[in-house]
Design a protein around this ligand. Structure first.
Ligand SMILES: Cc1ncc(C[n+]2csc(CCOP(=O)(O)OP(=O)(O)O)c2C)c(N)n1
Ligand SMILES: [Mg+2]
Length: 349
């Protein structure tokens, strides 16, 4: 059974609720980052909610996903708890990775979320690897790798698709074509009109869908999942979407015009879906407001949790590492200073 069945009224409302939760999580993360409360970097998913929710709704709970540097939406869509996500953004001990990963490294293996990733294009090899494990163990589940349009040019993505195709592995590659890789428009990055054409090189079905339409993404992933499960190998899906915020928070966005952003905002996936439900008589304005208030309350609670959670202790810095032998924190810094091999004091050697 799919996690959320969009064929039912209750399922459609749940999908809308998740899209609203993602929107509010990222609006809040953006604000808190601007106020200097959240360290590091945040890349927001606002505008792309239909892709993550449409895709994860089609998966079963024990399916795997791999994510990207823009992964908050994938996490919420896969059912992760916004409290522990927000705590991770805040660098707190209760975060999904004990506060050591931050926004770009949220993972929850038990929930099938194998990790966000700061390395563009590093998700698909993990997805292919997870699919190889599934195949070797004879399990009935699939892996889905999200990747960006920019990542499609990465060599390791092609290795991953080629291997998955050649070995008929149960994996789905889902490209979120938001039309930019940092500040470079997609047409300046690739020599094909549709990125799904890439699939042809590996004899894999490649399709392009409207990524602002949660139902269209959902249907494509349902079909791809069925293909993967029945031993027919991977599918390469391109979902056309758009990020309403800059590449990262603080991006001056000098590479695009305001009217382009406005044109895409007019196709807001949450508005489009809720209006469709209203037209069908399945949702009233009050019910929409209630769902919105619920999403806001969930995130408010997550924020309070994160703000008041504990910091990890310095002596926990090397816990959870594979290596048995690690240097003393102080002597490591002293060593860097002594041999001049690293920056230890804000760039001065
Ligand atoms: C291997 C690698 N190269 C470059 C970067 C720097 N970088 C971070 S995000 C990004 C753009 C990625 O674009 P896309 O895949 O379209 O994802 P989007 O940000 O649009 O979601 C780049 C080049 C990186 N993190 N990793
Ligand atoms: Mg992109």
């Amino acid at each position: 059974m799919a996690t959320i069945d969009l064929e039912t009224e209750a399922g459609r409302k749940e999908a809308l609720r998740r899209m609203l939760t993602i929107r509010w999580f990222d609006e809040t993360a953006g604000e808190r980052f601007a106020d200097g409360e959240i360290p590091g970097f945040v890349h927001l998913y606002i505008g792309e909610e239909a892709v993550g929710v449409g895709a994860c709704a089609a998966l079963e709970e024990d399916d795997y996903i791999t994510s990207t540097h823009r992964g908050h939406g994938h996490c919420i869509a896969k059912g992760l708890d916004p409290k522990f996500m927000m705590a991770e953004l805040y660098g707190k001990r209760d975060g999904y990775c004990n506060g050591k990963g931050g926004s770009m490294h949220i993972a929850d293996v038990d929930a099938g979320m194998l990790g966000a990733n700061g390395i563009v294009g590093a998700g698909p090899p993990l997805g292919t690897g997870a699919a190889l494990t599934i195949e070797q163990k004879g399990e009935d589940r699939v892996a889905l790798s999200f990747l960006g349009d920019g990542a499609v040019a990465q060599g390791q993505v092609h290795s991953a698709v080629n291997l998955a195709a050649t070995w008929n592995l149960p994996v789905i590659f889902l490209v979120e074509n938001n039309h930019y890789g940092e500040g470079t428009p997609v047409e300046e990055q690739h020599n094909v009109e549709n990125l799904s054409a890439t699939a042809g090189a590996y004899n894999v079905p490649g399709i392009t869908v409207d990524g602002m339409d949660v139902t269209a993404v959902n249907e494509a992933v349902i079909e791809a999942r069925e293909r993967a499960r029945s031993g027919d190998g991977p599918t390469f899906i391109e979902a056309e979407t758009y990020r309403f915020h800059g590449h990262f928070e603080g991006d001056e966005e000098l590479y695009r015009e305001d009217d382009e952003v406005e044109r895409w905002k007019a196709r807001d996936p949450i508005d489009a879906f809720s209006e469709r439900l209203m037209d069908r008589g399945e949702l009233t304005e009050e019910e929409f407001e209630e769902l919105q208030a619920e999403a806001e309350a969930t995130i408010e609670e997550a924020l309070e949790y994160a703000q008041s959670a504990e910091e990890p202790a310095p002596d926990e810095a090397y816990d959870d590492m594979f290596g048995a032998e690690v240097p003393e924190i102080t002597s490591f810094a002293q060593q860097l200073r002594a041999d001049g091999s690293g920056r230890t004091n804000g760039g001065e050697r």
